[in-house]
Design a protein around this ligand. Structure first.
Ligand code: PEP
Ligand code: CO
Length: 380
């Protein structure tokens, strides 16, 4: 029986898809096995309590933003925030970008209604279709997988340039959600995913018997798994055993995104059970994805209060269970955007979000990301 697979585009043109996947198979690896191993060693240090992981970047990377200037700005933000954690704690801090491959997006709804009232297929990331709001632009195009590879290559060149003068423990690595199996599978080289140093499995595709988990099990890279509110502690235990059967310290991290209203009721039992019956995991807090909401008829936003509150709860719960609160997973940008906001005061109109540019979820701007990281270190 073929295991279930969710969130894959209906590419339509099978012959063209075949051509694309065989082309990807012939491409040189985007990352090397040695780089992936060095990330694994750095994450192992974090797991042993000797440091932190800071994973962050755009919700959806855009092809048109893979130029050196944009990528240098994103790296500067990531390194800068990692430095804030390092100077406060003295420990190793591993910067891990949502970068060089974050081109596929899982969606809750297959269609969306746009401003003029028409219904179009949802945007699924630049590797699949275009965010432009007409039906034709939303049609999945397999050749976009080749452009994804090309853009990832360009971004990685800038990432490697940034390594000059830094030790392997200080370098930024790249990661993305391993969502599009028609991209990930042809890029496996030997026993590792050559699409990124680390990939994660999203909250919508982490079924233990699903094809995304099977893919992650088959590769040697450090793997992340999103942990949302519908997962049971028993399922989390099972995932830790499936994905880290040897109990290696640098192999697996759980990215907890329960939301500020549920983290206190759901996380303690999860941590307890995984610690008692599962395999070793590194625990990260994603205070973004459980806190997405709308104010009135406005676009999706996230309230700073909820984001900060989830981090506070996460650190306290980790401490209470004698686990290491190993870091943060953030959606952020160095651009001056207004996508996340603060709670509107009673009797005031909802806040305006004049610089709203994300192709998918609302990101922290530079000042908001700094505030979030400062709050995190203040708790340590
Ligand atoms: C994301 O990280 O952009 C995302 C879709 O997350 P999740 O799988 O946690 O919903
Ligand atoms: Co997102």
């Amino acid at each position: 029986m073929i295991a279930a697979v969710g969130q894959q585009p209906d590419w339509g043109d099978v012959a063209l898809l075949d051509h694309v996947t065989s082309t990807l198979q012939t491409m040189p690896p985007l990352v090397t096995r040695a780089e992936c191993d060095r990330l694994g060693q750095a994450v192992a240090r974090v797991a042993q309590g000797g440091g932190f992981l800071l994973q962050g970047g755009d919700c959806a990377e855009r092809f048109c933003e893979s130029g050196a200037t944009e990528v240098r700005a994103k790296l500067a933000q990531l390194y800068g925030l990692a430095e804030v954690i390092h100077s406060a704690t003295g420990g190793v801090v591993v910067p891990l970008g949502r970068l060089a491959g974050q081109y596929g997006k899982p969606r809750s709804a297959p269609y969306e209604r746009i401003a003029d009232g028409t219904v179009v297929p949802s945007y699924r990331g630049d590797a699949v279709n275009s965010p432009a709001t007409d039906r034709r632009a939303r049609h999945p195009d397999p050749t976009r997988l080749l452009r994804a590879h090309e853009c990832a290559e360009r971004v990685l060149r800038v990432v490697r340039d940034s390594w000059a003068g830094r030790s392997p423990l200080e370098r930024a690595y790249v990661s993305h959600e391993a969502l599009l199996l028609d991209y990930e599978r042809p890029l496996v080289r030997g026993d590792y995913a050559a699409s990124a140093h680390s990939v994660w499995i999203g909250d919508r595709t982490r079924q233990p018997d699903g094809q995304h988990v099977a893919f992650a099990r088959s590769v040697a890279n450090t793997i992340g798994v999103k942990i949302g509110p519908v997962i049971s502690p028993a399922q989390a235990v099972r995932l830790s055993r499936l994905l880290n059967p040897d109990g290696a310290d640098g192999r697996l991290f759980f990215i907890v995104r329960l939301g500020s209203t549920r983290v206190r009721s759901l996380l303690p039992e999860m941590v307890e059970e995984v610690s008692r019956r599962g395999r070793p995991v590194v625990w990260l807090c994603d205070p973004m994805h459980g806190n997405t909401m709308r104010i009135g008829a406005g676009p999706k936003t996230r309230l700073m209060e909820a984001i900060l509150d989830e981090i506070v709860a996460f650190v306290r719960i980790m401490r209470a269970h004698r686990r290491h609160p190993a870091g943060l997973h953030l959606e952020m940008t160095p651009e001056d955007v207004t996508e996340c906001t603060t709670t509107p005061k009673p009797f005031r109109p909802p806040p305006e979000l004049p610089h709203y540019r994300t192709a998918c979820d609302p990101r922290l701007n530079a000042a908001q990301a700094a505030e979030v990281v400062e709050r995190f270190v203040a708790l340590l």
